[in-house]
Design a protein around this ligand. Structure first.
Ligand code: SF4
Length: 563
């Protein structure tokens, strides 16, 4: 008799609930869970991949040492032995741990305890995707709940909320159409699907979102907010000062405002200020703030794992040879942050041990590979956006030798004659010193240089960096060609035709990609698919010392017709 088991999606922080039909231990069908309190039954394309993940024929299911399959305990013994050797010869500071944002809260607690109590190091960092980290540092986790979406009479959305987190759209659109006076305002560099529903879409320059937000706060005469020149702020959104003032006046007419943000690759100070000013705008409107993150359990990671060292800083230590042994649980750091650390630097480590759902670029350079269980193969709790707390029980048992990260760490600790201590406790995050006035002035400036301006295009078929969803069958069938979006006018002047191949180049290299010519893109703006490794590799990932996070940019970007 088939059973119905409930679980939650971790392809973004909205953590939608769904139901899986399991027949004789085999998951056979995924379907909506109308009882799920946040998504109320909706499930986006990415959510459907949760079934394929469980039955995918190419999962990583055996431990490896030097790329050869070995029994599970051989991998554990190898990791434990090398960790002990490095700790004894170079000290705990020569060791580091990186965790991804799809692990459970229990995994985070175990990793924190392992780093602190077993390795004796503070070098533990979270591999946040996109600008989740600066967004969290700037505005925190927010105070909105899903039911606030139903009661809201006005939404301000920064970023492509609907394609980034599709299942939230239904509640927002339903609320908007409850009354003719309800409003949706959006801030986006191009016309995304979110903006399709906007009463007013502010076509903001990429990275200048906080300038427009500061302009709104200035126009509302909010005390304690950074003051900006209204004309300058309006220009960053392609508006006249009077139009920005009209939006600010409009916001004042609503009593139940929800401000939502969704991060986009780019300038980390911009993301930090977007979080801070979105939160402030929500407070001043006596409404609620709802930041949405790329990492399914980014909120859980932020609460459990401190940032005394962030992932960019830890990877800089790897590149500098300060770290000799690195454990990576979950992310493919070579695809997630291309160029931030080289494959050679990973090869030079005395120990690189990596666990992942699939073999990837990072596991290929690992001394030891450890197969990782999918979240639906283990018990665990997860903290989503908007106060969503999820608790999962296994839908099926882990396949092969795959294990949850907590179980792996317990085995490695036991091999080192140690045990994991108690819970992680509340994470500490050092206060960042961001000069808001100076940053707003910088972000208000026109982009310099020739060529086109690249902006990340959010795609509903893919998880942000493409490391998991790139292996799924549905996008290969439905959208086999990856594309850049180019505006009609720019395409005309560049001699680019829709559907044809173009060369996309930056100072980091060149790749060939299909062009989609669309009226959604203004001016010389080009939206690139960040889930494509080749395209991602064209961007430069630079550690910003103020935000302690990556600034992601492309200089000298050019699009030329393909040959
Ligand atoms: S909206 Fe987010 S959590 Fe919900 S199904 Fe889609 S990717 Fe998963």
């Amino acid at each position: 008799m088939p059973e119905i088991k409930k679980a939650s999606c971790l392809f973004c922080s909205f953590q939608c609930g769904y139901a899986v039909e399991v027949d004789a231990g085999v998951p056979v069908r995924i379907d909506f869970d109308a009882e799920s309190p946040n998504n109320l039954g909706a499930l986006c394309t990415r959510g459907h991949y949760n079934l394929e993940l469980l039955i995918h024929p190419r999962r990583n299911l055996a431990a490896t040492v030097n790329r050869r399959r070995v029994p599970w305990m051989s991998g554990v013994t190898k990791v434990a032995g090398l960790l002990s050797e490095i700790k004894e010869s170079a000290g705990g500071d020569a060791l580091g741990v990186i965790v991804g944002t799809e692990l459970s809260n229990e995994d985070f607690a175990a990793a924190t305890s392992f780093a602190r109590d077993v390795l004796g190091t503070k070098n533990i960092a979270v591999a946040y995707d996109g600008n989740d980290y600066p967004l969290l540092m700037g505005g925190g986790v927010g105070d909105a709940s899903p039911s606030d979406l139903d009661e809201a009479d006005c939404f301000v959305m920064v970023g492509d909320v609907f394609w980034g987190h599709p299942c939230i759209a239904k509640r927002i659109i339903e609320s908007r159409y409850k009354s003719r006076t309800n409003r949706i305002y959006t801030l986006n560099p191009y016309r995304s699907n979110t903006d399709w529903f906007a009463d007013r879409h502010v076509v903001v320059r990429p990275g200048a979102e906080p300038v427009v937000l500061a302009g709104l706060l200035t126009a509302m005469n909010v005390q304690g907010a950074p003051k900006v020149d209204l004309s300058t702020a309006a220009a960053a959104g392609g508006l006249e000062a009077g139009e920005l003032q009209a939006i600010a006046n409009g916001l004042k007419e609503h009593s139940k405002v929800v401000v939502l943000t969704s991060s986009r690759l780019g300038d980390s100070a911009s993301a930090y200020l977007t979080g801070q000013l979105s939160n402030l705008l929500a407070q001043k409107c006596k409404g609620h703030y709802a930041p949405l993150f790329r990492g399914g359990n980014a909120v859980g990671a932020f609460k459990a794992v401190g940032s005394s060292k962030t992932a960019p800083e830890l990877l800089a230590d790897v590149s500098a040879g300060k770290i000799k042994g690195l454990l990576v649980f979950g992310p493919d750091i070579l695809q997630l942050y291309p160029g931030a650390v080289s494959a050679d630097a990973l090869e030079d480590l005395k120990l690189l041990a990596a666990s992942a759902l699939f073999e990837n670029d990072t596991t290929k350079h690992s001394d030891v590979g450890l197969p990782q269980a999918v979240w639906t193969e283990a018990s665990g709790s997860y903290s989503g956006s908007m106060g969503i707390e999820t608790s999962m029980e296994p839908v099926t048992a882990p396949q092969g030798d795959a294990l949850p990260v907590k179980a792996m760490l317990e085995s490695i600790a036991a091999e080192m004659n140690a045990t994991l201590g108690g819970g992680a406790g509340a994470a500490e995050h050092p206060k960042l010193t961001i000069d808001a006035a100076a940053e707003l002035s910088r972000l208000a400036g026109e982009p310099s240089g020739d060529g086109v301006v690249l902006v990340e295009g959010i795609h509903p078929l893919h998880r942000w960096d493409g490391t998991i969803t790139g292996r799924m069958s549905f996008p290969k069938i439905i959208n086999p060609y990856c594309d850049v979006w180019i505006g009609e006018e720019a395409a005309g002047s560049l001699g680019v035709e829709g559907g044809a191949s173009v060369a996309l180049a930056t100072e980091r290299g060149e790749t060939s990609i299909i062009a989609t010519v669309t009226d959604r893109m203004p001016g010389g703006l080009v939206a690139f698919p960040s889930y494509v490794p080749d395209v991602r590799g064209l961007l430069k990932w630079t550690l910003n010392p103020a935000t302690k996070w990556f600034d992601v940019a492309a200089s000298g970007a050019k699009v030329t017709p393909g040959t």
